[in-house]
Ligand binder design. Sequence first.
Ligand SMILES: [Fe+2]
Ligand SMILES: [Fe+2]
Length: 235
Amino acid sequence: MSKQYFIRQFSSSIRNYSSAKLNSSQIQYGPLSKAQQAFLDRIIRVDQAGELGANYIYMGQYFVLSSKYPHLKPVLKHMWDQEIHHHNTFNRLQVEKRVRPSLLTPLWKLGAIGMGMGTALISKEAAMACTVAVETVIGNHYNQQLRILMNQYNVDLINKETGEKVEKDDLESVKLNTSPELAELKNNISTFRDEELEHLDTAIEHDAEKAVPYILLTEGIKLICKGAIWSAERV
Ligand SMILES: [Fe+2]
Ligand SMILES: [Fe+2]
């Protein structure tokens, strides 16, 4: 028998071996429980409201500070652009998943632009202190959501052809454990969380801690943000 024959046999057995593992088109994900679905809706509602708020806070800061402090203009614009992207992402998810927006949306807009402009009118340091407070609360909130999405969203995987339950070892890649939708949501939240924490660092680099009275401002704004999160999750 020729050398080519053995090579052909060898490569065909490799193909057979790899096809024994299931790929994304061969599996389907079991349904989420009511509680899992309700929590996902809540995440999308509160994150959309939060990112809308962030978008309007940076808008307010930009309007007040960009002409007075030209060196801050690109810094604020960069952060604002990222917030616009975060906001647009959750707007899209809200439409795709048919999640109703927070009923208090007009209040979030007004409150956020007021907070952005108000702190910027006090001083540029106060605006940065506002950013520190907001991003601290949002960063923690995103981390809590990620922990729950990592730990409480295991669903059964089903082999489409046989209808049997699939074991994790039968998958072509461990990534297939998570449905594409859930993977996308986790990926967005962790990217946004990292960007929020960059905003926090930027605000500290730009003298947030020199704001007077720093503790009162940041702790007050943190309380407001926590109250807003609590309400947007529910109303
Ligand atoms: Fe954001
Ligand atoms: Fe941010």
